[in-house]
Design a protein around this ligand. Structure first.
Ligand code: DMJ
Length: 673
């Protein structure tokens, strides 16, 4: 086809386009030719017909898309590489990657290698969270790398915001996934029933190095200052008369030895850090560096030295980031291991840390149930930090074994277990007090520590709380206080140890972690009872044991105290629970109750020359009969929980990032909420 158009001047102009159709271009009889060459040419023709502007726009769009393509190809390639590099076992949990990657990265990553049952941990190690800004407390010159608030990089803020957004997305995903409920408990549908790996791991960093937050510091208030003052007073006594020894005897201005390992000093390390007592901390650190020696021919109790010494060193390592404490923790951890060499693998109560030998108490081959089941948080953490599986393996085996044992009563356990047979002994007596207490506490806390996947622990915990409700709860007269009694061969006893007052705090912690809401209601009633164990007593301090009145009698309170039980050892359990209750409810009455207790400790147990003393008679305000001993847990636990109770800073040991061991030493949660 040819087309001409006229022109006004000059030689005739070819004002047309001539197109010659070759045979292959001709539209055939069939009317449609779709050959490649034809299409190419037709595209080219169309392209030529476009204006220059149109062509530029199209070229620009192509260039833009090409750049985007290159970028996304590179990042997908990375992700693909990390996926394909993994073992088949790891790929089993592939769908977990985004979730775990996004799980609150603010504290610390989980172990780097885990066994096949726990791909989750492995996934986390593949995705190290970004380091975020952190405000550290405690002695500033001991911070490992403490970025100053005002010098923080803008990019860190951006990272923080980006991570927060991702966490939000993750939260939505999580809520969608978390649908299976076990008696009110929210359980991930895909969680394993096995405990965490024994085939651990590459060593982990302290949480202080990983944990970062960017909040303004919350100023210390009057009540916290009063705790600091109390701590300093106690510390003065210890320093003046008992430095480097286990316990202060504040009246005789001397000390007592239990293990000869500076128990009070070690128990108090992280309290000093949390209270911000820089000088005291530095001095104590020097003692640990120069004088703390575990190579000693001395018998120590496995449980007590685990919760106080190993726990204290591990938490101080996490808070300060100072590797000295980890080295010491490894040392004592290794020296405690011979305790597990028993026919049943249920550990002996005592170990000689110098000789490497272990034995049960002289009069029996039994161990206490609470003791063998309340060392797990510490040994598991030691494995995670060192990469050595043996610690975790030993304590996990104990839990697995106890899980299978008969002799429980609706989840309630007897108080003794035999190290030869591995069976419970002295069957038929059930208490949440001495010898059983922290078994229940550590069921829940291990479950939380390990990222809420170890179902057996949760099952045992939930069952036990049902057992408590069924067998041990009663109400007193006249105030109708709900209390936890004891059961001995079918007979209920209205006896409650002060030790049981850990329970409201533990129940509240469980409820906070998604367990049944009625646990929280029970916690609220029980903490009221624990408070009344102080308030109804002449000195305002609780005795070691109370008996509740089940029947109203004129002139009688709810709480009765037997002469043998009226001592107070400066124990922490009630203030510990007050702390949890305040954290989770914000109800100021819990702070007020704690404040009353602190004032009464000051009134009746403070020794003018330094230190606090346990007392023999909480019913005699004019002579409480000082016992001349300050237990290490007064500094390790009681004053620490007081300080935390009075604080309004939820990030001062954030309960979604840390789990307290039974001696109030905070250890990181492996997969923080
Ligand atoms: C502490 O050593 C621990 O809290 C333990 O679990 C119970 N006894 C004391 C405090 O009362």
């Amino acid at each position: 086809a040819a087309m001409y158009s006229g022109s006004t001047a000059g030689p005739p102009r070819r004002d047309f386009i001539s197109v010659t159709l070759g045979p292959e271009d001709a539209v055939g009889v069939s009317g449609y030719n779709n050959s490649k060459a034809w299409r190419r040419r037709s595209c080219w023709r169309k392209w030529k017909q476009l204006s220059r502007l149109q062509r530029s726009i199209i070229l620009f769009l192509f260039a833009f898309l090409a750049v985007c393509g290159v970028i996304s190809y590179t990042s997908m390639g990375e992700a693909w590489k990390s996926i394909t590099n993994k073992s088949l076992d790891d790929q089993r949990t592939e769908q977990e990657i985004p979730r775990l990657k996004l799980a609150n990265p603010a504290v610390l990553p989980a172990p780097q290698k885990a066994d096949a049952n726990h791909g989750d941990y492995h996934e986390l190690s593949l995705q190290k969270p970004p380091k975020l800004p952190h405000v550290r407390r405690g002695p500033s010159n001991l911070h490992i790398k403490a970025p100053q608030r005002d010098t923080r990089l803008k990019t860190q803020h951006n990272t923080m915001r980006a991570v927060e957004e991702l966490v939000e997305v993750d939260k939505v995903e999580k809520t969608e996934k978390s649908i299976i409920s076990w008696r009110g408990a929210v359980i991930e549908p895909d969680q394993s029933t096995e405990p965490p790996s024994n085939k651990i791991m590459e060593p982990e960093k302290p949480s202080s190095v990983e944990a970062e937050d960017q909040k303004e510091p919350v100023p210390i208030n009057e009540r916290q200052l009063a705790v600091i003052e109390a701590f300093r007073h106690a510390w003065k006594g210890y320093k003046d008369f008992a430095w480097g020894h286990d316990e202060l005897k504040p009246l005789s201005k001397s000390y007592s030895e239990w293990f000869g390992l500076g128990l009070t000093l070690i128990d108090a390390l992280d309290t000093m850090w949390i209270l911000g007592l820089k000088e005291e901390f530095e001095e104590a650190r020097k003692w640990v560096a120069n004088d703390l020696v575990f190579d000693k021919n001395v018998d120590v109790n496995l449980f007590e030295s685990t919760i106080r010494i190993l726990g204290g060193l591990l938490s101080t390592y996490h808070l300060s980031g100072d590797s000295l404490f980890l080295e010491k923790a490894k040392d004592i951890g290794n020296r405690l291991m011979p305790a597990f060499k028993t026919p049943s693998k249920i550990p002996y109560s005592d170990v000689n840390i110098g000789r490497g030998t272990a034995h049960p108490p002289r009069w029996t081959s039994d161990s206490t149930v609470a003791e063998v089941t309340s060392i797990q948080l510490e040994f598991r953490e030691l494995s995670r930090l060192t990469g050595d599986e043996k610690f975790q393996k030993a304590v996990d085996e104990v839990m697995k074994h106890v899980h299978t044992l008969s002799g429980k009563n609706d989840g309630l356990v007897p108080m003794f277990i035999n190290t030869n047979s591995g069976q419970f002994t002295h069957l038929g007596v059930y208490t949440l007090g001495a010898r059983a207490d922290s078994y229940y506490e550590y069921l829940l806390k291990q479950w939380i520590q390990g990222g809420k996947k170890e179902n057996e622990l949760l099952e045992d915990y939930m069952r036990a709380i049902e057992g408590v409700k069924k067998h041990l709860l009663q109400r007193s007269e006249p105030k109708k206080l709900t209390f936890v009694g004891e059961l001995a061969h079918g007979h209920f006893s209205a006896k409650m140890d002060h030790l049981v007052c850990f329970l409201p705090g533990t129940l509240a912690l469980g409820a906070h972690n998604g367990l049944a809401a009625d646990h929280m209601r029970l916690a609220e009633t029980l903490i009221e009872t624990c408070y009344q164990m102080y308030a109804q007593v002449e000195t305002g301090l609780s005795p070691e044991i109370v008996h509740f009145n089940l029947h109203a009698q004129k002139g009688h309170k709810d709480v009765e105290i037997k002469p043998a039980d009226r001592h107070n050892l400066l124990r922490p359990e009630t203030v510990e629970s007050l702390f949890y209750m305040y954290r989770f409810t914000g109800d100021k009455k819990y702070q007020d109750w704690g404040w009353e207790i602190l004032q009464n400790f000051n009134r009746y147990t403070r020794v003018p020359t330094g230190g606090y003393t346990s007392i023999n008679n909480v019913q005699n305000p004019s002579n409480p009969e000082p016992r001349d001993k300050m237990e290490s847990f007064f500094l390790g636990e009681t004053l620490k929980y007081m300080f935390l109770l009075f604080s309004d800073d939820i990030d001062l040991i954030n309960l979604d990032k840390y789990i307290f061991n039974t001696e109030a030493h905070p250890l990181p949660i492996w997969v923080p909420a």
